[in-house]
Design a protein around this ligand. Sequence first.
Ligand SMILES: Nc1ncnc2c1ncn2[C@@H]1O[C@H](COP(=O)(O)OP(=O)(O)OP(=O)(O)O)[C@@H](O)[C@H]1O
Ligand SMILES: [Mg+2]
Length: 270
Amino acid sequence: MRATTICLINQKGGCGKSSTCFHLAGSYARKGRSVLLIDADPQGSLSQGFFGSAVTENLPASETLAALFDDDFFLGSPETLAVPTHIDRVSIVRANQTLARHNTPTPELAGLTQYALREFLESLTGYDLVLIDCPPNLYQCSWNAMLAADFVVIPVPPEDFGTQGLRVVHQAVVNAHRLNPELDLLGHVVTRYDARLLVHQSYEKKLRGLYGETMLDTVIPEASAFKVSLACRQPVSCYSPASKAAALTDRLADELMERIGRQAGQQNVA
Ligand SMILES: Nc1ncnc2c1ncn2[C@@H]1O[C@H](COP(=O)(O)OP(=O)(O)OP(=O)(O)O)[C@@H](O)[C@H]1O
Ligand SMILES: [Mg+2]
């Protein structure tokens, strides 16, 4: 059976896409799910989170996601790109700077290249869940992710610059839906929330007013536990399972699954 596939997108940089993917992977793995992470960002943040910057930067393109976009590479079995991490039940297709030249700004004109990731994922078995981490733009890598995914999650920091540009992101989801009718917006998640800041409180309220039910209930706070566990190359629910950060990540993981269950139920009824 094809794994449930979720991509995290937002053209806003630093809003917590990679961090959310990284920590969610740990939560799902601890709950017994087999997770494949796709690093679809030429920055390679997610890959560096597990393998460090030196290893990641030195990977040949043929061992990264870039291989999917380059006819010069013979792709053996798809499993050779998806490598296990040191976290049980978490594997990853890594990325680095070699992906940058494939991340073209007009993906709709790229013919079959638009479906490279989709085709790759369709040939993979053995995973319950795929999480795709996208770069801070809506170019070819994010487009490929949306054409390969079942669901989109949009991390949003509750600030002015964080909430600007969401209309463009929503339009991109609508455009991708035309080519991938299975794609659904699973929700917006408020990230990097600082409850002490009035501006965060007021933007969170504003977001809930604007986007209503698509806003996920769980809010991911700005917390040092996320940074510390990442520095130790472990998702927070593995490194610091008793922390509030781990509890909230676990809650977000559950909420996403509940929504997926609900949306699947609605589709069945329809
Ligand atoms: N909830 C959080 N609490 C504390 N630090 C966080 C949190 N979320 C993200 N960070 C830190 O903020 C930085 C940016 O986060 P992250 O890389 O996840 O954002 P991103 O959206 O993936 O960025 P980019 O758009 O560049 O890919 C990282 O150093 C990360 O560790
Ligand atoms: Mg990132």
